[in-house]
Design a protein around this ligand. Structure first.
Ligand SMILES: Nc1nc2c(c(=O)[nH]1)N[C@@H](CN(C=O)c1ccc(C(=O)N[C@@H](CCC(=O)O)C(=O)O)cc1)CN2
Ligand SMILES: NCC(=O)N[C@@H]1O[C@H](COP(=O)([O-])[O-])[C@@H](O)[C@H]1O
Length: 188
């Protein structure tokens, strides 16, 4: 049984889909949820699902190895970032080589980097009059959105699309593909 830790900062819809995917699975389980935003919706998901949750404290996260210790002692096999809005520090990246993944709501390398998260991404894509967008699932390195790509899936943007309608198209792709990629990585 593999152990998954999910890092999130918001609603947690991707976390919920991953939890649902591995419910009653012999392959893996979501054994920990970590979040840096008190009151974030993902904490309600953790409580509902009976999954231990951790509130990430900024100073400790960026200046100690405390969370590395927590994750190692929990026997975490894969760290899944799902709307986590802080840069994972180098010590954590180095402690879990090729074991941290992220989902980005655009087709990297475009529309990535500092400031490019959530609705900001979709607004930039619509403003640029792109005819397609999509998702990128990638390994996490010390930089934002710079790690090796694992999967990209695309969606068409129509002239009547807004940042909100595009977000809906992107979310459907995320919810379909992220759980499948997590399982593929844990069974290869
Ligand atoms: N070391 C890494 N850490 C993280 C990565 C990564 O690729 N490497 N991905 C991000 C997720 N992400 C895009 O996919 C992303 C999230 C947030 C930001 C950003 O600009 N954040 C703001 C802070 C926002 C806040 O605190 O509310 C900032 O850094 O000023 C960019 C990209 C997760 N971590
Ligand atoms: N650059 C990072 C970024 O923008 N991540 C995005 O945050 C959302 C989290 O939604 P959720 O909390 O409902 O899973 C997702 O759309 C994810 O792609």
């Amino acid at each position: 049984m593999k152990n998954i830790a999910i890092f999130a900062s918001g609603t947690g819809s991707n976390a919920q889909k991953i939890i649902d995917h591995f419910r009653n699975s012999a392959i893996a389980r979501v054994s920990m949820i970590l979040c840096n935003k008190p009151g974030a919706g993902v904490f309600q998901i953790a409580e509902k699902e009976g999954i231990p949750s951790v509130l990430i404290e900024k100073e400790s996260f960026f200046h100690t190895d405390n969370y590395i210790t927590i994750l190692k002692e929990a026997g975490i096999d894969l760290i899944v970032l799902a709307g986590f809005l802080w840069k994972v520090p180098a010590n954590l990246v180095q402690a879990f080589p090729d074991t941290i993944i992220n989902i980005h709501p655009a087709l990297l390398p475009k529309y990535g980097g500092k400031g490019m998260y959530g609705h900001f991404v979709h607004e930039a894509v619509i403003t640029a009059r792109e005819t397609e967008s999509g998702i990128t699932i990638h390994y996490v390195n010390e930089k934002y959105d710079d790690g090796a790509t694992i999967l990209q899936e695309r969606c068409i943007i129509t002239p009547d699309d807004t940042p909100l309608t595009l977000a809906g198209k992107i979310q459907l792709l995320e919810h379909k593909w992220y759980p499948l990629i997590v399982e593929r990585l844990l069974t290869k």
